[in-house]
Design a protein around this ligand. Sequence first.
Ligand code: XUL
Ligand code: MN
Length: 345
Amino acid sequence: MSAPKYRFCTGPWNFSEGQDPYGPTTRPAQTFDWKLASLKALGFDAMMFHDDDIVPGLEDKSSAQVLKEAGELKKRLDGEGIIAEMVAPRLWFHPTTIDGGYTSNDPAHRQAAIDRSKQSIDIAAVMGTDLLVLWLAREGTYLRESKSGRRSVELLAHACDEMLAHHSGIRLAIEPKPNEPTDHAYLPTIGHALALAQLTRDPRRVGCLIESAHAILAGLDPADEIDFAMSFGKLWSLHLNDQNGLKFDQDKPFGSANLRVAFNQVRVLERNGYGSNGEFVCFDVHPFRTTKPEHWLKHLENSRRTFDRLVQKARTFPEAEANALIVDRNYQDLDQLVLEHLMGK
Ligand code: XUL
Ligand code: MN
């Protein structure tokens, strides 16, 4: 397999302003134009979007107006040579999503979530992408007894069916995360996401998106999640970042917490030929809260730089030496070989 050439992507929310649950922003608000220009200046190829990143305030607009505004943004992106990688319905902010979208106990709220998802599919069609990403933020429990796990699985499959029926060309990429904001999510891992795909009317059009931090929060190695998804041909997008153990979702720069875990992700992407069907490498990273405005783009620039360096590390890994150590079951020296390779001369 020839060495893949990667294309890069990030979202408008990845130029965030430093707010956290305990404090306000630390950097001044920036316009969408600034974010788009910054993404271009960084040499990225695509932008990923929530539905309301494309049409702010879409809840209060007619669907004709929403699609018109989406078309205007698509024209601007075309003019800049930037691709829309995906659209994701934001089903965690609006009052109708308090108890979840597709798994809410309120039937009217479940319908609102499905309707909004269908609208996102229409937006995706205007934006020229066939990928709808589902981060199932509130599809879980805050209280185990409040919902039935079995029924929630049925509701999730039903929601996917409605989306698949809405547009014959749309593909759904489920982005699992085990917790936050819910206590427990119903689809915490890639295995869960791909199993759910089998319950839908068209399993071939339901795949997944892996985020490094989400896998780590599930106590899993993101490289194994990547290998697993790619064994099924189902890794349709990727959010690289990093996470220091079982804490709140940190979205650190790629490789920041554990360079070896990052190396292994890049190594399996290389081995599996990620990107050869047009998939993008997206960085779902945030600047540290302490970041000054003049260093605003560093988390993206540095994540890309680390990724590129690790591609070189993967391509120059001493495979023959490693294989000889594997045959000899000398994993002790294999361990050191990896460390020496990463540390360099
Ligand atoms: C949340 C997360 C989201 C999704 C898109 O943890 O990663 O930003 O990637 O909805
Ligand atoms: Mn993500």
